[in-house]
Ligand binder design. Sequence first.
Ligand SMILES: *Cc1c(COP(=O)(O)O)cnc(C)c1O
Length: 358
Amino acid sequence: MKKVHVFNAGPCLLPQVAIDNAIEAMKDFKGTGVSLLSVSHRTKEWEAVMDECRANWKELLNIPEGYEVLFLGGGASMQFLCVAANLLEKKAAYLETGLWAKKACKEAKGLGGDVVVVASSADANYSYVPKGYEIPADADYFHITTNNTIYGTEIRTDMDSPVPLVADMSSDILSRPVDVSKYAVIYAGAQKNAGPAGVAVVIVRKDVLGKVSHYIPTMLDYRTHIDKGSMFNTPPVFAVFVMNETLKWLKGIGGVEAIHERNKKKAATLYAEIDRNSLFRGTAAVEDRSIMNVTFVMAEGKEELQDEFLAFAKERGMVGIKGHRSVGGFRASIYNACSQEDVEALVKVMQEFENLKK
Ligand SMILES: *Cc1c(COP(=O)(O)O)cnc(C)c1O
């Protein structure tokens, strides 16, 4: 296979062992003689995978009593709606830190009720995380997006909130230890850091449910999935399997504390080069820089080199570094499975390009 360095924003790079074990299971799931793709989800072998995956999430994030872990289809985007359907009675508050946050807010607005945007960084194309805002004490919940995948900003502390805190952690879940007890709901599309596309994980504190007076459609109601152990209908079998393999890998290398150290080091390496290299500059406010998605553009006056650098990097095996169209430039997503070696390969390419242009 061609040697490349994958910086895709999602679906993300996955640990090779998870892929190898998935290939094996696709041929023969746990010695049953049945492919993972054909296995009945009503077998004890499959239920064991669901149980193990739930247990792995609980262990990795140190999830306290009173929370449930759900595996649901529909991606993080479906959770934009589910959160509002399950929690919004009168008023919801949102922090607008980017396109995904805005989309989450739209679903709450669509369901009616008073939806307040407490602060927005739209004025600077979401290049920073607003601070010093007030969370209304009468809101049913406050929704944040901890990592803004497109813009490369991140909220890396578990904040205090006077009302139930809901977090879209799609692109930074499992990248660092999290104090789950600060949150009422955490959700994430698996494909950014936790597994392949096709499943979203939802971590929900049970005591926030059952407080709305309207009908919640069955498939959107968290209680449906809690009651049925995420198997009310056919679960995304393949995606859950590979997610569980990814969690096993993460546990094996020391869990979220260990990966957090690696992630900080990777990010520091790449940002140091962006700040040093005369051809590039970062786009996110320095204090809000994400350790998962690193956004940068050509330095002022060097803009015309953008396409040339993309081609130069591509020739050297760099995959997926084109920035999102709303920011432009470049984005290197350095999720958990991305190694220090991958990051150093990209840094080397940036240095070579600088030398070429001297
Ligand atoms: C990618 C992304 C989403 C959307 O995820 P889907 O699973 O594709 O719906 C939502 N929020 C954030 C922060 C994302 O990065």
